[in-house]
Design a protein around this ligand. Sequence first.
Ligand code: NAD
Length: 270
Amino acid sequence: MADEMNLPRGELMKGKKGIVTGVANHNSIAWGIASQLAAQGAELALFYLPDMEKRVRPLGESLGVATMAPADVSDDASMQAAFDTVGNAFGSIDFFVHAIAFAPRDQISGSFVENATRQGFLTAMEISAFSFVDCARRSAQLMPNGGSIITLTYMGSERAIPNYNTMGVAKAALEASVRYAARDLGPRGIRVNAVSPGAMRTLSLAGIQGGRAMLAKGRTLSAMKEDTSIEGVAGCALWLLSDLGRSTTGEVVHVDAGFHIMGFVEDEEG
Ligand code: NAD
């Protein structure tokens, strides 16, 4: 995906420093966002799940990223160490990208009601929603001059999408957390928003039963009859994270070729 990206270069982020989480490989949405931010002059730090180190370090190096730290959002000590690393390297930051989600496989397949388990539900909520609140608190401490925080959500928070199940519930909690965080942090000049892309071909999508169908339906049921582009998602992130996004906070911005606006879809006869 990265090789095919066509990202505008410029200086929108010149002088701005921040953290991008959630790069697992070159298909990750976070990788598209990191590449776009770097192409606009941002200085980046990357946080990665410790298991992903071998894949992430070369990617970061290819963007000239010097600060990379392992950070497992379920482990407070690793989160503290990662934020300390960035605090020592950058002093303060201007932006933070949360691109992290996880649910056990049985929580994202088949029947929501039959398959939801106490532990599976709590795991999805912890990794996919609580982690955002924790990251917002920690990153805001590094933003004495204001800043911008974004997360990634999906329309399964608003509508019941086959198989998305517990993750849809976690995304609804995530979007509500965006609004509450925006309210808390607004007086400190910190904006908080979510980007809601259509289905995209990543590791996370591969973990969802019927992920390929989500991709295909996302295209055929969209207003534009096309896939969501990584350039469009990264461009929206750039808008929200740069000064172009001034005055926008607490928002969920859909970047899905118009999938979320569609009501009835014509059958083949129209
Ligand atoms: P991805 O698999 O590339 O990224 C998910 C990331 O979460 C990985 O980098 C993984 O290492 C990280 N992660 C999981 N558990 C973690 C933990 N305990 N601590 C730290 N990191 C952890 O897939 P992606 O599709 O790029 O996902 C990024 C975000 O975009 C997710 O929030 C996802 O729900 C969201 N999203 C994806 C799609 C899609 O169709 N792919 C659509 C809308 C929203």
